[in-house]
Design a protein around this ligand. Structure first.
Ligand code: HSE
Length: 355
């Protein structure tokens, strides 16, 4: 029996516990791995919860528990999550996470530590929620030089933009709904101001380039200044407005990376991606274009990715096949100014890029 410890019992942590409970028999029958939750670390208590008996008060209890093979980190941020992740890896436990902030800031170091200790540090849930992206990039596309990754990477923003356009919601009404549905970050400004998208595109760019791209170097603009009038005017002109994370790589110049609201022409593969859905278009020199589509946020989709990573930990020594990125600085090119790139200027003077 593989025993699992979950750090943080919020939307994602509790989703992981539920999915493990509900799918354990199927996973055992089909994959030959018996999984069960041994401990949950959270400062809160949940009387009457089916996992009430699993709660522990200190990370020491998990670190010193030799029966725990996999630690699931869903605390978020780069404080306690960073410390606990390092301690878990150092004590020879696999770590699976949905924490994009930690992966974007400290991915190389944590992957290296995992390698040293011959365990895995997996983070499929950190980008695209339930949509598989990391494993396909690491394994299925390994024959390719990737020239472009372009995606809708934030479910909350895509949900807000869709509800404002289709249902006449105000920005605040749509945000409240997204928060109630468990899509938004603890601090929703990370979603709305584009930081969450910047972190996710940094992770994908780092994986593709093999060197560390920090989110602070990604030119970032949120959706907070997008109005219902912009959405209407865009639709009248045959465009959708989407928050896009994009990296373009060519051999002759430094990579370009940004996270910005974008106009997409009808017919673009990401044009019709609405609601909480994410989609990422990856272009490789051998395969051409590949499109990944699925729910980018929420309890079950995120838990789906986490539990799959737990299974991957138990099935293989190195499921990402040596994929890593290194802490070597990389020079980025400034994105062309919006006015020199294809763009649309709205009647109120706001200008957005067009694809
Ligand atoms: N707040 C994030 C989103 C959660 O809305 O996409 C998943 O990373």
């Amino acid at each position: 029996m593989t025993k699992i410890a979950i750090l943080g019992y919020g939307v994602v942590g509790s989703g992981v516990a539920e999915v493990l409970h509900n799918s354990a028999a199927m996973i055992e029958a089909r994959r030959g791995i018996a999984l069960s939750v041994k401990s949950i670390l959270d400062i809160r208590r949940f009387p009457g919860d089916p996992f009430e008996h699993c709660f522990v008060s200190s990370f020491d209890d998990i670190e010193n528990d030799l029966s725990v093979r996999v630690v699931v980190e869903t605390i978020g941020g780069t404080g306690a999550a960073y410390d606990f992740t390092k301690r878990a890896l150092k004590s020879g436990k696999h770590v699976v996470t949905s924490n994009k902030e930690l992966v974007a800031e400290h991915g190389p170091e944590l992957l290296e530590l995992a390698r040293e200790k011959q365990v895995n540090y997996l983070f499929e849930a950190a980008v695209g929620g339930g949509t598989p992206l990391i494993y396909p990039l690491a394994q299925c596309l390994s024959a390719n030089r990737i020239s472009s990754v372009c995606g809708i990477l934030n479910g909350t923003c895509n949900y807000i933009l869709t509800r404002m356009r289709d249902n006449g919601f105000t920005f605040d009404e749509a945000l409240l709904e997204a928060q109630k549905s468990g899509y938004a970050e603890g601090d929703p400004s990370d979603d709305i101001l584009g930081h969450d998208t910047a972190r996710k595109i940094s992770i994908l760019a780092s994986l593709v380039i093999g060197r560390q791209i920090f989110p602070k170097h990604v030119q970032t603009m949120g959706i907070n200044r997008v109005t219902p009038e912009h959405l209407r005017e865009a639709a009248d002109n045959g465009y959708a407005i989407k928050l896009i994370g994009r990296v373009t790589i060519c051999e002759s110049s430094p990579p370009v990376i940004y996270a910005e609201p974008h106009l997409l022409k009808r017919g673009h593969p990401l044009f019709a991606v609405d609601g909480v859905f994410n989609a990422v278009l990856i272009t490789g020199d051998v395969v051409g274009d590949v499109l990944f589509y699925g729910k980018g946020a929420g309890k079950e989709p995120t838990a789906s990715a986490v539990v799959s990573d737990i299974v991957a930990c138990m099935r293989a020594n190195d499921p990402l096949g040596g994929l890593a990125w290194y802490e070597i600085p990389v020079r980025l090119a400034q994105p062309d100014s919006i006015h020199s790139a294809p763009h649309h200027t709205f009647t109120d003077g706001t200008t957005l890029r067009v694809m």
